[in-house]
Design a protein around this ligand. Structure first.
Ligand SMILES: Cc1cc2nc3c(=O)[nH]c(=O)nc-3n(C[C@H](O)[C@H](O)[C@H](O)COP(=O)(O)O)c2cc1C
Length: 163
């Protein structure tokens, strides 16, 4: 069966990672967007950061995603306030992962992703998903080429795991 790489990205870093994973694994790539796009600037840290901190979701598109043809789902987003970004919360809240293995991943400016990945893992498990592993990639202070290379490496690692 095929893998799905579903992701949300505000400034393009998680998108680069998701694309690299999908290419490496010949997986389907699905971008999740917010129906009310956020205006760039400091306000994002207040509104988006607060929403993430309080585990809120946001209105997303597409809103109804059929996972039947996928056995593995890579699910990625940026870390916001040590937590997953709201759009990915919505995706998880709306999805029943029964019978699927899920690999959450994040990109982040800093270096401590544990809280965000633990948070995603708990939410996915509450929606019946089996988390088969998770990973984080630091996006700041590295070139896009380096980020893509690390994403390819991580994808290869998780493609060989069995449920
Ligand atoms: C609202 C907001 C909150 C953020 N909070 C964190 C954080 O808590 N820890 C961190 O390491 N990076 C944080 N960042 C940085 C992003 O996680 C990082 O730049 C990420 O790679 C961006 O991914 P994207 O380009 O796919 O949107 C934050 C960024 C934004 C916009």
């Amino acid at each position: 069966m095929k893998s799905l790489v579903a992701y949300y990205s505000l400034t393009g870093k998680t998108k680069l990672v998701a694309q690299a994973i999908a290419e490496t694994l010949d997986a389907t790539l699905l971008e999740i967007t917010e129906t009310r796009p956020r205006r760039p600037g400091f306000a994002i840290y207040l509104t988006g950061g607060f929403a993430a901190l309080t585990n809120r979701g946001s209105e997303i598109s597409p809103s109804d995603i059929d996972l039947k043809q996928y056995d593995t789902i890579f699910l990625g987003c940026p870390v916001w306030s040590f937590r997953p970004a709201p759009a990915i919360n919505s995706f998880i809240y709306q999805t029943d992962f029964e019978g699927r293995r899920v690999v959450p991943f994040v990109t982040m400016g800093g270096s401590d992703a544990r809280k965000a990945l633990d948070n995603m893992t708990a939410k996915i498990e509450r929606r019946n998903g089996k988390v088969a592993g998770s990973f984080a990639l630091t996006s700041d202070k590295s070139s896009d080429e380096d980020l893509i290379a690390r994403a390819r490496e991580a994808a290869s690692e998780y493609s060989v795991q069995t449920p």
